[in-house]
Design a protein around this ligand. Structure first.
Ligand SMILES: [Zn+2]
Length: 362
């Protein structure tokens, strides 16, 4: 069984002027890609050369022996034919191909990358890069380009993961942490920036999603014995006179500020308003009809509350507003007791009346 490379070399006996991958693929009933791969292997093995003739994009496989010295030279990098002066041993057509070729030598790539990495960390290189960036950012038209470029790069999951990893790594450096901590302290001390921060935080934390997320997070943490112990310890540590005094001072200062007191009053008024609106919305005609018919049927307010699914206080309040009275039907035992008590009262009254009428006046 001959390999594909051997089959192709066999074909070259009849195609001395050069063999294309398409021709080999058709003759040997393989894909063009497979034929091309085999041709590259032959080229690396040194038995034949892949060449690109001037004016053609096609790669041809030709016997190495068929090449006459100084007449037809093939670039080892790009496979293009090139002229070389007599006596020269050049293997590549251009300077850039020579450089590209040198990168392929074993060990060279690693060595060069390592030295570039070291060079980039020198103050001089950093200054160079900073100057370059300053130059670019100074041009408004570059902003758009950089922004587009960055967005495109972030869309690539591999690049995104790599950049995120880099950012995380840098942010965790002690000097970076100290720096950002210092900047943040300065920002919070600046009333204007502080106001912006507070508004942003309020906006992002007050969305229903953020609230649900935070609530879930706390619930999860409370289940974790380590976090639970930590929270508990922190709470216990807070329970001391100094901390309480500090909290009190802070709250006093807060409430002494008329703006805060005003804000709180407004919030309370708004809450009350919305509560009243809610109550109004809950008083529907359907529910009222149910209540009326139940009360007419001698049911209690408690029964009505259960039937319409509202708290007892709400139903009691509503019934009073509507002038509805509950006249619950008493049980047989209660009715008998009331009747006996009424009879006793009447008998006593009669006896008293009789005794009064029989007083003998002297
Ligand atoms: Zn070349």
């Amino acid at each position: 069984m001959r390999t594909l490379a051997e089959e192709i070399l066999g074909l070259m006996v009849e195609r001395t002027s050069g063999l294309t991958a398409e021709f080999a693929a058709e003759r040997l009933a393989v894909t063009v890609q497979n034929a091309r791969d085999a041709m590259h292997k032959i080229n690396e093995g040194g038995k034949a050369d892949l060449i690109q003739l001037p004016g053609s994009r096609q790669l041809y496989l030709v016997w190495r022996g068929a090449r006459s010295a100084g007449a037809r030279n093939i670039c080892v990098n790009c496979h293009k034919a090139f002229e070389r002066p007599l006596g020269s041993k050049r293997r590549s057509c251009t300077r850039s191909c020579a450089v590209a070729l040198s990168w392929r030598k074993p060990g060279v790539k690693e060595e060069r990358i390592a030295s570039i990495k070291i060079e980039r960390k020198t103050p001089k290189a950093r200054e160079r890069l900073a100057a370059h960036n300053r130059r670019r950012w100074a041009k408004p038209e570059e902003h758009e380009k950089l922004s587009k470029d960055n967005k495109r790069r972030w869309k690539d999951p591999v690049i995104k993961a790599k950049m995120a990893r880099g950012i995380r790594k840098i942010r965790q450096l002690p000097e970076k942490r100290a720096h950002s901590s210092k900047i943040k302290r300065e920002h919070w001390a600046n009333p204007e920036i502080r106001q912006r921060y507070v508004e942003g935080i309020k906006r992002s934390k007050s969305t229903p999603e953020a609230r649900a997320q935070f609530s879930d997070l706390l619930r999860e943490r409370w289940k974790d014995p380590v976090m639970r112990e930590k929270y508990t310890r922190a709470n216990v540590a807070r329970d001391n006179p100094e901390h309480r005094a500090k909290c009190k001072a802070r709250m006093d200062a807060y409430w002494n500020d008329p703006a805060n007191a005003e804000h709180a009053a407004q919030t309370r008024a708004k809450a009350l308003e919305s509560r009243l609106r809610n109550l109004e919305a809950r008083r529907t005609p359907e529910k009222l009809a149910i209540m009326k018919s139940m009360l007419a049927d001698h049911k209690t307010l408690g029964d009505c509350a259960k039937a319409i699914g509202e708290p007892y206080g709400f139903v009691q309040d509503w019934a009073a507003r509507e002038g509805l009275k509950s006249s619950p039907r008493k049980s047989a035992g209660v009715r008998a007791r009331i009747s006996a008590s009424n009879k006793r009262t009447k008998a006593l009254r009669r006896a008293a009346k009789y005794a009064a009428s029989n007083v003998i006046h002297c």
